[in-house]
Design a binder for this molecule. Structure first.
Ligand code: G6P
Length: 369
């Protein structure tokens, strides 16, 4: 087992460090040489199918659901198709409406999650086409879906998902761009610019990992906390949910992710002297709003770690500590901003002496309801 960990103490850390390669593999063969077009010949969608989609459902569980939250945002903004998203255990029992041409996208690392598989079957029963984003080619979900978009992240062993999540995000970017091209909702210049930034992500993730030590220090400061908060807006809120889940899964510290604008509708009451808050701010159009939310929590005594773009000087001034990520297209920031959150969860879990790769009560793949 030690040999399989490649010298890392845990599978989770190994998998965190494998992300540059996993992202690269998920892109390989799916972008033309000139960097202008997305090639998803593995999907069996005709140009008419692409143009005819009226609505998309995204259905998944856990971390894959969090990837879907980003996917919704990406598809809506690039391909202009309305997207509804659900956790699979809700979707399968809530009688969703299938009107017009619906594409259901199921996301599952293992391809075996019982609720996600049941949701897939439910969608098919209603005549919806199903596209699966999965990491396991021969899985039940891969076999039963009409269209298959694999994440080529390699086997993921640690229960807490890392490289599968970021690879699922790459799959959504490729899909969003592909649908946008077919529906002519994005100009060729915009598409090329986004593709260029997409290609830079593996080395940008590498650059963040090279500074993992700084994040280690922050993790030390939260290990004795009873609870903490993650806040963000837009895509940053979706990443906050994933950061909070990661921390809960393996450190057993309670945390809550909150849409920063909702704080004053309840959660602000829980902020007191010394409460740790992790604030994500990577969306330029929301910077100002985030600065004012950070000021709100700081005024009540919170200690704030900001996750921000390297050129966001104003945010640096408003927080107690900052973790910088390289600049990229605003839709792509989740792949970068989640890396420090994965590391915070990992280091905290190690410091608390927990079983990082096999957290209590959890399974890698939930094949029963
Ligand atoms: C389990 C795992 C999670 C995972 C979820 C969905 O709960 O512990 O890490 O996100 O299942 O798994 P899937 O294989 O469908 O992505």
């Amino acid at each position: 087992e030690q040999a399989e960990k490649d010298g890392f103490d845990h599978y989770m850390l190994k998998e965190i460090y494998e992300q540059p390669r996993a992202l690269q593999s998920t892109m390989t063969g799916r972008i033309d040489e000139a960097g202008e077009h997305i090639l998803l010949s593995d999907l069996k969608l005709t140009p008419e199918d692409v143009r005819g989609i009226d609505k998309i459902y995204i259905v998944a569980c856990g971390t894959a659901y969090h990837a879907g939250l980003i996917g919704k945002h990406v598809i809506e903004s690039l391909a202009h198709i309305p997207v509804e998203i659900d956790v699979a255990s809700e979707f399968r029992y809530r009688r969703p409406l299938f009107k017009g041409k619906t594409l259901t996208i199921v996301v599952s690392q293992s391809g075996e999650t019982a609720d996600t598989l049941a949701a897939l079957r439910e969608a098919k029963r209603h005549g919806s086409a199903v596209l699966a984003i999965t990491n396991v080619v021969g899985s039940s979900i891969a076999r039963e879906a009409d269209h298959l978009l694999t994440t080529n992240a390699g086997p993921e062993i640690a229960v807490a998902s890392t490289k599968a999540y970021t690879s699922q995000l790459v799959a959504f970017y490729l899909l969003g761009l592909y649908l946008a091209e077919g529906r002519e909702t994005v100009s060729s210049q915009e598409r090329a610019a986004l593709i260029a930034d997409l290609r830079k992500l593996p080395e940008q993730v590498e650059a963040i990992l090279a500074h993992a030590e700084e994040i280690h220090a922050f993790a030390r400061s939260i290990q004795d906390e009873g609870h903490l908060f993650f806040i963000g807006r837009g895509l940053d809120y979706a990443v906050a949910l994933e950061g909070s889940l990661k921390l809960k899964e393996i450190s057993y510290i309670h945390s809550e992710a909150y849409a920063a604008g909702e704080l004053k509708h309840g959660t602000l009451a829980l902020i007191e002297e010394g409460t740790r808050v992790i604030a994500l701010s990577t969306q330029e159009q929301l910077h100002e709003k985030m600065v004012s939310n950070i000021t709100e929590v700081k005024a009540r005594g919170a200690v704030v770690l900001g996750i921000a773009l390297e050129d966001n000087v104003e945010l640096h001034r408003s927080v107690d500590e900052v973790c910088l990520i390289p600049s990229t297209h605003s839709l792509l920031t989740p792949i970068l901003s989640v890396i420090p959150l994965q590391l915070i969860a990992y280091y905290t879990s190690v410091a608390l002496g927990n079983d990082v790769d096999r957290p209590r009560n959890l399974a890698k793949s939930v094949t029963v309801e």
